[in-house]
Design a protein around this ligand. Structure first.
Ligand code: ATP
Ligand code: MG
Length: 284
């Protein structure tokens, strides 16, 4: 049994559980306890606050964990990133009141910066030869300049809308973050390592399918080469005969983002009955 630490609620929870579900790992419908075993795969989930996940993995309470890289870097625990998961992407940035004419990072010399990430901030300031007063607060960091608690902030940014609504401007990006699978530094027993390898294999198959769509259409045989030329990056699409021998069915995999670029050209090349289907998993 492999024990995975997962955020119990918050921004990571839903996408983490969706990834686990897409990997075919099922849990009893109701989450009554902090530790829940899967019904069909040898893993159990330990639900924690995200702050506690790096420590739980470092101490071996959990074998692996899923948490934001920002927490991993801040908590300085003895853990390693095993696999990036690609969701909950955000960055840690310095931001200051919008009306200030920002001359460069030396502006922060002698200033007071509010943050929940003092370790990452201190390292950045030291590396850049900046001496500033770090004021640690655990939440609502973005309101600190407005109420006179700090001159600037160092916090998570994703769309930037929180900054805008608090009259702040992002001036320095310090790190990029995303959800990562972390493990301890000690090797796992062979049995657990085998479960982990299977888990990572499944996560990769889910991720590979992400953004890819299965495209099907009917094409007159006389125009087949025109249609094939439009399909992006496909070495050889699948061609199936139809009952009407003047037509065939063409199947291929495309990136969803490419669909609107090529659909009109496919229609102009005689394609009909174009279907786009979700791909659940892709194993190369
Ligand atoms: P907990 O109660 O578990 O301590 P929290 O309030 O510290 O939760 P959340 O706000 O749920 O944390 O965020 C968890 C993680 O999600 C963050 O550490 C970060 O990695 C990521 N994250 C936070 N905000 C965003 C965002 N706006 N967009 C994308 N990812 C984000
Ligand atoms: Mg937290």
């Amino acid at each position: 049994m492999l024990r995975i630490a997962v955020q119990s609620k918050g921004r990571l929870y839903e996408e983490t559980m969706e990834l686990i579900a897409q990997a075919g790992i099922k849990f009893p419908a109701v989450k009554r306890t902090l530790l829940v075993a899967s019904r069909n795969f040898p893993v159990e989930i330990l639900y924690l606050r995200d702050d506690d996940i790096p420590d739980s993995v470092a101490t071996g309470t959990a074998d692996v964990g899923i948490v934001g890289l920002n927490e991993v870097l801040e908590k300085r625990q003895r853990v390693e990133t095993i696999h990036p998961l690609g969701f909950s992407r955000c960055r840690l940035s310095l931001a200051i009141p919008r009306e200030i004419d920002y001359p460069g990072r030396q502006w922060f010399n002698g200033k007071k910066i509010a943050t929940s990430y003092p370790n990452i901030l201190k390292e950045y300031l030291d590396q850049n030869g900046i001496t500033a007063d770090i004021h640690v607060i655990s939440g609502s960091v973005e309101i600190a300049p407005g109420i006179g608690l700090a001159d600037g902030i160092f916090d998570i940014v994703s769309s930037g809308s929180t900054l805008v609504s608090n009259n702040l401007a992002e001036v320095e990006k310090v790190i990029d973050s995303q959800a990562v699978l972390i493990g301890g530094l000690k090797p796992l027993p062979a049995e657990k390592q085998a479960i982990l390898d299977d888990l990572i294999f499944r996560f990769k198959a889910v991720k590979a399918a992400d953004g890819n769509k299965y495209l099907l259409m009917n094409v007159p045989r006389t125009r087949l080469s025109e249609v094939i030329a439009i399909l992006p990056g496909i070495k050889s699409p699948t061609i199936l005969p139809l009952a009407d021998e003047n037509w065939c069915s063409v199947h291929s995999v495309i990136q969803e983002s490419q669909f609107w670029d090529i659909v009109t050209r496919l229609k102009n090349a005689g394609a009909e009955g174009i279907l786009v289907l979700d791909i659940m998993k892709m194993v190369p």
